[in-house]
Write a protein that binds this ligand. Structure first.
Ligand code: HEM
Length: 121
């Protein structure tokens, strides 16, 4: 149950990020709507909370089971590149590069979640 909710929230989080990226490119007024500003935070907080809850329940220590440690680092990198893409990047080129970077981290997160084998640690 927890895992399915976690996976659904992960897909929603990435879909919403992509939508906000497209709205940034098109300078859409949707970006200023309160619901668009708040929903991603709610989804991301739930996604992280469920991940932590599962790790605690399954007794997975990220310092011992390094796939989870690497996954956490990759999630942090995804959050930073996502923030860069939507808030800091000053032109289309920088926004595109930021989005590609964020997607690269997401791919690593999914790979780690599915295989539970580290790539870098
Ligand atoms: C962008 C963020 C994240 C994405 C896309 C993501 C994705 C996934 C996916 C697809 C699975 C299911 C893997 C399977 O089929 O077994 C999963 C499981 C899991 N995730 Fe995440 N996750 C994210 C964040 C996190 C975080 C922050 C944590 C921990 C603090 C976490 C901890 C876990 C745990 C413990 C499992 C269950 C592993 C098991 O079944 O043994 N996840 N995640």
């Amino acid at each position: 149950m927890f895992k399915h909710l976690h996976m659904t929230l992960a897909v929603l989080s990435i879909a919403l990020f992509t939508l906000r990226f497209v709205w940034t490119l098109t300078e859409s007024a949707w970006l200023t709507k309160k619901v668009v500003k708040i929903t991603p935070h709610v989804i991301d907080t739930l996604l992280l909370a469920l991940g932590v809850a599962m790790a605690v329940k399954l007794m997975i220590n990220p310092l011992e089971q390094l796939w989870l440690g690497e996954k956490l680092l990759a999630v942090i990198a995804y959050i930073f590149t996502g923030y860069y893409t939507l808030k800091l990047a000053r032109n289309r080129m920088m926004q595109f590069i930021g989005y590609l970077g964020a997607m690269g981290w997401v791919m690593l997160v999914f790979r780690l979640a599915m295989t539970k084998e580290t790539m870098f640690l």
